[in-house]
Design a protein around this ligand. Structure first.
Ligand SMILES: Nc1ncnc2c1ncn2[C@@H]1O[C@H](COP(=O)(O)OP(=O)(O)OP(=O)(O)O)[C@@H](O)[C@H]1O
Length: 310
């Protein structure tokens, strides 16, 4: 795969002297969905703003589709569609007009067929003549995406696409992002919702205090850093965890019907077989066993925690 965005040594110090980004090197491959995860104030918006040419880096460089964001701003910017966190569009304007106008801003010739396609893809065609203020929150967000796609960008930035939306709408948005990817658009999203990265992303970058702590393939990351939970479904319920199981630090779940044991998949000894042997020695029978991978959330919390401790 070819890269579509390359940042090198990206650093941003605000006028206050605060360093919001500190030497970020990142390459985004064309066609992938990349999730940038980080706590509040980590530097996500700062990073997007610099890549999109809205803010200037203090040092370092950004290339978008081969165009330097400073020396060839127009070329770089034309390759980018940005869906900002906040809705920013004239409330009294009609849907079709605002999308058509956005396209014009990039100097692209009128293309009603393209605008129609976007509106249809985003299920906004029936609402094309509605004023923005007449739309639901979810529709307004989709209008923002339609605007960002109006000039046929190769990369779409979504800054917290589902912040503050209900679960159903969030799922719709995920589906939509998946469909957009099918069209070949590279998608970069920032999010606080780990499940969003887990659900959507091909690769994940974790940023904290202006530094990119890791960039990794999502599944590899979950495997590498993840822990697993073993649930032992007991033949008979227990009132308490027997003292003989203390070394595994198991917990009793499901009203005493299950024992839960968390283990490190990478450890030389996971403790699983010794735990099962001990259960056998104690005459504790079980009906079923299952294991589950821990979530990206656990990984993320552990990472940020580790860094704080350091
Ligand atoms: N114009 C500015 N002047 C000074 N400091 C700023 C400015 N803009 C952002 N910052 C600081 O830079 C840091 C990174 O902010 P940024 O908005 O990039 O974080 P974020 O990761 O997007 O956070 P959130 O998830 O809360 O949106 C924060 O500490 C913020 O206070």
């Amino acid at each position: 795969m070819a890269s579509i965005i390359e940042t090198e040594g990206l650093t941003k110090s605000y006028a206050s002297g605060f360093k919001a980004l500190n030497g970020v090197d990142l390459t985004i491959e064309e066609g992938e969905i990349f999730a940038l995860l980080g706590p509040n104030g980590a530097g996500k918006t700062t990073m997007i703003s610099i890549i999109c040419g809205i803010a200037r880096a203090s040092s370092g460089s950004v290339k978008v589709a081969g165009h330097d964001i400073v020396r060839d701003y127009r070329g770089a910017r034309a390759a980018i569609g940005l869906v900002p966190q906040e809705l920013s569009t004239d409330q009294f304007e009609r849907v079709i007009d605002t999308v058509t106008f956005s396209r014009g801003l990039f100097g692209k010739p009128r293309n009603p067929a393209h605008v129609e396609k976007i509106l249809r893809d985003l299920s906004l065609w029936d609402k094309r003549n509605a004023k923005i203020l007449e739309l639901s929150g979810g529709m307004k967000r989709r209008v923002m995406i339609a605007k960002a796609l109006s000039h046929e960008p190769r990369v779409l930035f979504l800054d917290e696409p589902t912040a503050g939306v209900d679960v159903e709408l969030r799922r719709d948005m995920w589906k939509l992002i998946g469909q957009l990817r099918e069209t070949g658009v590279t998608i970069i999203l920032t999010t606080h919702y780990i499940e969003e990265a887990e659900e959507m992303a091909d690769r994940v970058g974790v940023i904290n205090r202006g530094e990119l702590m890791l960039v990794e393939d999502k599944t590899a990351l979950m495997k590498k850093l993840g822990k697993k939970t073993l649930t032992v479904v007991l033949a008979e319920r227990l009132d308490a965890v027997p003292a003989e199981l203390a070394e595994w630090q198991v917990t009793l779940k499901g009203d005493g019907q299950e024992i839960e044991y968390i283990f490190d998949t990478q450890a030389e000894r996971t403790g699983v077989s010794s735990l099962l042997r001990r259960l056998g020695d104690l005459g504790i029978g079980y009906k079923d066993l299952n294991t589950a991978q821990s979530s990206l959330e656990d990984i993320f919390v552990a990472l940020v925690h580790q860094e704080k401790a350091a």
